[in-house]
Ligand binder design. Structure first.
Ligand code: NI
Length: 227
């Protein structure tokens, strides 16, 4: 009996030793190969860092190399307080941009770009409805948006909604948007992706223009498509 117990203990010690040895060998191999496994925390950070560029990394793409299935139905409120859905704009192609009216730089620049694109397209612009959708429904009321969009193209509409409606439309367009606050800041900022989407009348994605695209690039691309 005593003997058996001793033998078991020895086996256990040998077993643990082998286990540790294997584990150490695995760790060493990972280090040698330069592949260091991420901790759960690191993985979460990596996911957050990756979020703004998901469009470029999307695997399923259509013939234009655009992410498949992007966009779709939405239910929002326009700058006049009227409830609208994607069907209200089904007679037009759409240039859709997501942002917020308190944005100090990117949004005004992009909306100015939309205005210039519309102007330079001339007659072809009659087939396009430019749409601004807020990522900051907390502050961007219909009245706030109405005042803001006056600075840009007269055809531009501005849409807002409740938090749930905005989440649903930003998810559908794979828009990254997150609130940024710190003690030096009055109020808060929205960090957000800034792509311009060209959508068909039936809400299929035709093209995505990143913010580095110039007015002439976008005009040329739209003209080439003979909408
Ligand atoms: Ni912005």
């Amino acid at each position: 009996m005593k003997n058996r117990l001793a033998r078991c203990t020895i086996f256990l010690i040998i077993g643990a030793g082998i286990g540790l040895g294997i584990n150490h060998y695995k760790k060493q191999k990972e280090l040698d190969s330069g592949v260091i496994p991420l901790s759960a925390d690191d993985q979460a950070t990596a996911t957050i860092l990756k979020a703004p560029v998901t469009i470029e990394e999307e695997e399923a793409t259509d013939e234009n190399n655009n992410p498949a299935g992007l966009g779709g139905a939405f239910s929002l409120t326009d700058q006049n307080g009227k409830a609208v859905t994607e069907k209200d704009y089904s007679s037009s192609y759409k240039l859709v941009f997501f942002g917020f009216t308190f944005c100090p730089a990117v949004c005004p620049t992009e909306l100015q770009k939309v205005t210039l694109v519309m102007n330079e397209l001339g007659k072809a612009s009659s087939k396009i409805q430019p749409i601004f959708i807020t990522v900051d429904p907390e502050r961007d009321t219909p009245e706030q948006i109405k005042g803001y969009i006056k600075q840009f193209h007269p055809k531009l509409v501005g849409l807002t909604g409740n938090a749930e409606q905005i989440k649903s439309v930003t998810d559908a367009y794979r828009v990254y948007a997150t609130k940024v606050e710190n003690e030096h800041m009055e109020g808060y900022m929205m960090d957000h992706s800034a792509y311009l989407y060209l959508m068909s009348p039936d809400d299929k994605l035709i093209a995505v223009y990143p913010s580095k695209d110039k007015v002439t690039d976008i005009v040329e691309d739209i003209k080439k498509r003979n909408l």
